[in-house]
Design a protein around this ligand. Sequence first.
Ligand code: TXA
Ligand code: MG
Length: 340
Amino acid sequence: MNTLLLHPEDAGAIEQAGAMLASGQVVGIPTETVYGLGANALDGNAVRQIFAAKGRPMDNPLIVHIADFDQIYPLVSEVPEAARRLADAYWPGPMTIILPKSDRIPVEVSAGLDTVGIRLPSHPVARAVIRAAGVPIAAPSANTSGRPSTTTAAHVMEDMSGKIAAVVDGGACAVGVESTVISLAGDKPRLLRPGGISLEQLEAVLGPVEVDRAVREQIGDDVRVSAPGMKYRHYAPHAPVTAVCGDPEKGAAYIASQLTGQSGVICFDEFADRFPGHIVRTIGRSDDQAAQAHAIFDALRAFDETDVTAIFAQCPDDSGIGLAVANRLKKAAGFHVIEV
Ligand code: TXA
Ligand code: MG
């Protein structure tokens, strides 16, 4: 398959992407978090092709993307008051709400669960493509399963060229980590995956939110987790990663003491000169969590172009979007975490 690269500013490009989706094809689309691998969420056959292109296990459900709030009604069995308040506060934006599903959701999307994740993205190209398709769009992150998520069209092409119909190039993703996944399907609100909307922001609207164990700890294959995707080794470059958490100054000293010939380092800007002779990728200043989120997947991916045999990464604390960045780094490290 020859994968088309579409440019949204070209006449007819959005309509072409929409028509491809409507006809059951898979298209890479930009969102404000990461690129998504989209297909018609109401067409089980179309959705199955997403799993094939990604090499994704079929027991991992997909998020359904809508362009306007009213599109939610046919997809879920109810819209609780709490969901409406969250949507008023943070939609369009980097947040996915898990709700009891309606019978319109194919089993391929829900992976057999009785719930569905809904997201209204803020990226204008994402919304334009969804509108052009005329159907809700199921989309996981547009990476090969297990690899870091993609935040540019070039990264999507790297993983998906020849496997999907087209990629819409919407530039670099602003947020850089995936959406926050919050479940409102149980008795109490529960954070299943930290992301672009922080835990503090959720709690400002909902009051106390439980945090799923899988956010901070490694969960074994034998354990049933609330978000199936959280159990897989994920976001991982080829070289093993060590996440170094705690005071950044101590962390930099620890990393410097561990480096051998072929090591790479992911660090905050102000420590960039501490590791002479090693390949260093900076992800923003230690106090600039938005910059870290924006840079983290790019940094992890970049090491696959090198021959480093080990990667040490400075990890932010759990405040704000730092919780999401730390979660992605710890998962990339297979929860090989050093606290300094
Ligand atoms: O920012 C994002 O959310 C991106 C963009 C493309 O929107 N999408 C994304 O999708 O990250 P994906 O499939 O890579 O991650 C979705 C996560 C997985 O961990 C999955 O297990 C979980 O959300 N999930 C999806 N539906 C669920 C459900 N019904 N119940 C529990 N977890 C669910
Ligand atoms: Mg993903």
